[in-house]
Design a protein around this ligand. Sequence first.
Ligand SMILES: *Cc1c(COP(=O)(O)O)cnc(C)c1O
Length: 365
Amino acid sequence: MKWKQVLREMKPYKPGRSIEEVMETYNLTEVVKLASNENPYGCAKSVKEFLNSSTLRFEIYPDGNGGTLRKKLSEKYGVDEGAILFGNGSDETISIISRALLDKGSHAIMATPTFPQYAHNAKIEGAAISEIPLVDGQHDLPAFLEEITDQTAVIFVCNPNNPTGNLIPKKNLISFIEKVPEHILIVLDEAYIEFVTEPDYVDSISLLKRFPNILIMRTFSKAYGLASFRIGYAIGSPSVIEPLNKVRNPFNNNSLAITVAEKALEDEAFIDSCRLLNAEQRERFKQYAAQNSLNLFDSQTNFVLIEVPIDADEASEFLLEKGFIVRSGNALGTPHHVRITIGTEEQNNRLFSAFDQLLMEKGRK
Ligand SMILES: *Cc1c(COP(=O)(O)O)cnc(C)c1O
């Protein structure tokens, strides 16, 4: 068959190991998954109550327009209903953007390491890509500007960045957006925005009027604790949303996901409490790293990228045997580090003990 040439050198996404798989392999009774930045506090009570009482009709196609979720988000953010595009998770939003704007002959720019789906989707569309190395975990935005050519169609900015967790300071991001030509789409992936506590962040939605070429991506997968439902959204100018909407599959979000996301929006207090609890625990990781002289990137998210004294695959395997699924930095482009989702206080107590053992066995303590 005439597969796209580029698929030969690509690999499918490799998800982290499942809790069940690890329990079985290592004969453990309890395993904590800290590999994919899901919310350790679960989701809002309003969602659980709804799921226990739902009378949704499963034989009916979902509302392809996103039901009243669209209205709720437009009120929450003070934007037109036409400024919102729903994706089957931000993953799908990225593929919609790539399908709509990229092909052979076009060009996209992104950081490295960053969320791998930008490069992955751009390559499938046949676009050329420039991957700009981070500097101290930060996007090197001046270097992004230098890479812009007549072919550049999309720039992906992950803020805060995955896998480092770094937030771009407000003035750096705004002066970057000012310098990017208006015909280039700047995608701001804000998957972790709900966890940010640093006041020097960009309120991107307020920038939409001034910069119609930005598109803000958000998701219900992380802070909202709804990863399994696969629902995310993008906010942009109607002139950007309209063409993207032509590429979107008509019923890309199922009815349950749409309704559950609506319920989740009713409980902002849950998000506030998760932000607070997460920030407290994030501080503990900072202290732990400092006490043990380990490098830790300055995270504003619900994960940390922390140095390990041995090969990152080996360290991940060590923690796995102790019942913690973390992400090896080798696969993320950050060797000698592991990415750990910040769990609950109790989970972290046990994780730090396991980490202590790791350090002891390697003579660091
Ligand atoms: C998790 C993540 C996403 C994907 O979110 P989904 O909505 O679950 O597809 C997007 N961007 C970044 C940076 C992420 O870490």
